[in-house]
Design a protein around this ligand. Structure first.
Ligand SMILES: [Cu+2]
Length: 110
């Protein structure tokens, strides 16, 4: 009786591992199918509402808080924000919403 239990237990274990592996393979395949995953895009935004140097970091912080944004450089003199983001995770439209509720307005410049 004990032997039967052991055999069925080990069978279960084998099934479990096989199941894990196949689901891992599926995930990898999914990543390959989407060609845009990890593809970066840089967009320049016009920034309205900045009146001092401290505004720069506030705008930067708001944009960088958006999932997928990898870089954001705000130029106070030129009143622009140059932002780089993962195209599969966010869009320039979503970035313009990042400063919603703040005195700053982003609009796509290019
Ligand atoms: Cu300011």
């Amino acid at each position: 009786m004990k032997r039967h239990l052991l055999i069925s237990l080990s069978l279960l274990l084998v099934l479990f591992f096989v199941g894990c592996q196949s689901s891992m393979e599926e995930q990898e395949a999914e990543a390959e199918i989407s060609p845009q995953a990890g593809e970066l895009q840089t967009v320049t935004f016009k920034v309205d509402g900045m009146y001092c140097g401290a505004c720069v970091s506030k705008v930067q912080k708001a944009v960088l808080a958006v999932n997928g944004v990898t870089d954001c450089k705000v130029d106070y003199g030129k009143k622009v924000a140059i932002c780089t983001f993962d195209k599969s995770k966010t869009t320039s439209e979503k970035l313009t919403l990042a400063t919603k509720g703040t005195p700053y307005t982003l609009t796509v410049a290019n």
